[in-house]
Design a protein around this ligand. Structure first.
Ligand SMILES: [Zn+2]
Length: 142
């Protein structure tokens, strides 16, 4: 039998450190029946390791849209910049939610490029955020 690459102990530690929410769109585990995934900040396809420093929590949608990307174009300046690193960078410095909580707004080139690359404001995400907001579980409170 194949040994899992990331131990359940490390997975539990990362889930706790990430406060049970996606590092990119902040979707909370309580808002979905999908198990949040441990993702590679630097994708394994680009040489990223299974070391703790390279791992964080992501929802399946953000993980799929991120794929093997590490950089994307900032729609405002056209410059290609590094994607947001949820382990090293503070979400609040690069993003904020719109007043109604449904849309993520990029505050920096890094934030804007990440929103585009990971499609953080796709229609399904915005609809789900409205439901979570109405249920009183969104935006997540610290
Ligand atoms: Zn997400």
């Amino acid at each position: 039998m194949r040994r899992p690459r990331i131990s359940s102990k490390l997975r539990a530690k990362i889930m706790e450190e990430a406060r049970y929410r996606c590092g990119y769109c902040l979707m909370q585990q309580i808002a979905t029946n999908w198990i949040l995934e441990v993702e590679h900040i630097i994708p394994t396809a680009l040489g990223g390791t299974d070391d703790e420093e390279n791992l964080w929590l992501s929802c399946p949608a953000c993980n799929r849209y991120k794929g093997a990307k590490v950089k994307a174009r900032d729609p405002e300046t056209g410059r290609k910049v590094r994607l947001f690193n949820p382990r090293r960078q503070k979400w609040e410095r690069h993003f904020r939610f719109s007043y109604d909580g449904t849309k993520i707004i990029g505050l920096t080139a890094c934030g804007r490029s990440t929103i585009e690359a990971l499609r953080l404001n796709n229609e399904l995400a915005k609809q789900a955020r409205a439901i979570w907001r109405n249920a009183g579980i969104h935006p997540p409170k610290d």
